[in-house]
Design a protein around this ligand. Structure first.
Ligand SMILES: Cc1cc2nc3c(=O)[nH]c(=O)nc-3n(C[C@H](O)[C@H](O)[C@H](O)COP(=O)(O)OP(=O)(O)OC[C@H]3O[C@@H](n4cnc5c(N)ncnc54)[C@H](O)[C@@H]3O)c2cc1C
Length: 296
């Protein structure tokens, strides 16, 4: 096939029929036709040009921590961004490529006494996924510390300053088919011990409230304005309710956890149940925070 020839010629690592359960924090999801791992921005851009030229569907993959891949898998190419993993200081600014994990970014910052991103401790994301989702916690969002973002769209790379972008609760408006290549952060100096202590406090609070010992994708639904989604799901009597291996966590009802052997359909069934019950009881429509992709 043309794609395989192209990838082999360019020396870009790829595999076929790769179960995406391996790459999502839910630990569910059927196979991707192709799983590609470009190792540099240059090869990423070449791959994107090729995929778009051949009209092959693709899915950028970060930490897979906000993704629910249906059991039939993804027809097309999953683009792992793990190879885009450089992080560097440029004067006062910190530039990180899309595939840098938040945990690595936080270690880099705390070692150098750079404060601003501590609230993201424990979020199993990459820089690209965190920017696209406008990840947030403890009253802060990643947009608050962003200086700008380098974005690929239709063959072009463009740098956008934060103020030229539209962020919202758990999202960023970008034209369809855009991919975040890197992000630039403006942080401020602070003693290392203070940064570490703040991260420990945030992480302690997470451990207390969230079911971190089972696979999940964090909050499944966005918090509607009248009340947190977890409160509504619990009040609708669903805490601890399960379908197959999936369960509304008894610690935090807006987390659906994979207690072992769950499939994507189990999770989707619970999500539908939550939507129906919360609407019936409170007249509130829950909107999903997790991104659902792939074939049923
Ligand atoms: C235990 C746990 C705790 C969590 N806590 C929080 C929390 O406190 N706050 C919060 O906001 N979220 C939280 N989450 C959810 C999740 O970590 C975030 O949504 C995170 O930002 C997703 O990043 P990712 O790299 O894993 O993205 P992925 O799940 O890989 O991708 C998410 C979406 O972004 C797209 N995408 C990924 N990378 C790029 C890119 N470079 N360019 C364009 N599109 C891209 C994907 O195609 C997909 O549509 C939590 C999840 C877990 C499992």
């Amino acid at each position: 096939m043309k794609l395989e020839r192209f990838l082999s010629k360019k020396g870009i690592a790829f595999e076929e029929k790769v179960p995406l359960a391996r790459y999502t924090t839910f630990k569910v999801g059927g196979p991707a036709d192709y799983f590609l791992c470009p190792e540099s921005q240059q090869s990423l851009l070449e791959v994107l040009d090729f995929l778009e030229g051949e009209d092959i569907a693709y899915l950028p993959l970060g930490g897979g921590s906000n993704l629910l891949v249906r059991d039939g898998g993804f027809r097309g190419a999953v683009l792992s961004l793990a190879g885009l993993n450089s992080v560097a200081l440029e004067g006062e600014l910190l530039v990180a490529e899309a595939g840098v994990s938040i945990s690595r970014l936080l270690s880099f910052c705390s070692e150098r006494g750079l404060s601003g991103l501590e609230f993201l401790v424990g979020v199993p994301a990459t820089v690209g996924g965190a920017v696209v989702m406008n990840a947030g916690a403890f009253g802060r969002e990643i947009k608050d510390v962003l200086e700008g973002v380098l974005v690929y769209h239709q063959g072009e790379l463009e740098y956008y300053r934060r103020d030229d972008l539209t962020f919202f609760y758990r999202g960023l408006s970008l034209p369809r088919g855009s991919l975040v290549v890197s992000a630039t952060f403006r942080l401020h100096p602070s003693p290392r011990e203070e940064i570490k202590a703040q991260m420990a406090r945030f992480f302690g609070s997470r451990k207390e409230k969230q079911p971190l010992s089972y696979p999940s994708a964090g909050s499944v639904f966005k918090n509607p304005s009248p009340a947190p989604a977890g409160f509504l799901i619990e009040a609708a009597g669903l805490k601890g309710v399960h379908c197959g291996g999936a369960e509304f966590s008894s610690k935090h009802a807006n987390f659906i956890v994979n207690k072992g052997g769950a499939c994507a359909q189990d999770i989707l069934t619970l999500m539908e149940l939550a939507r129906e019950r919360v609407f019936r009881e409170f007249g509130i429509t829950l909107e999903e925070e997790v991104r659902i992709v792939g074939e049923g």
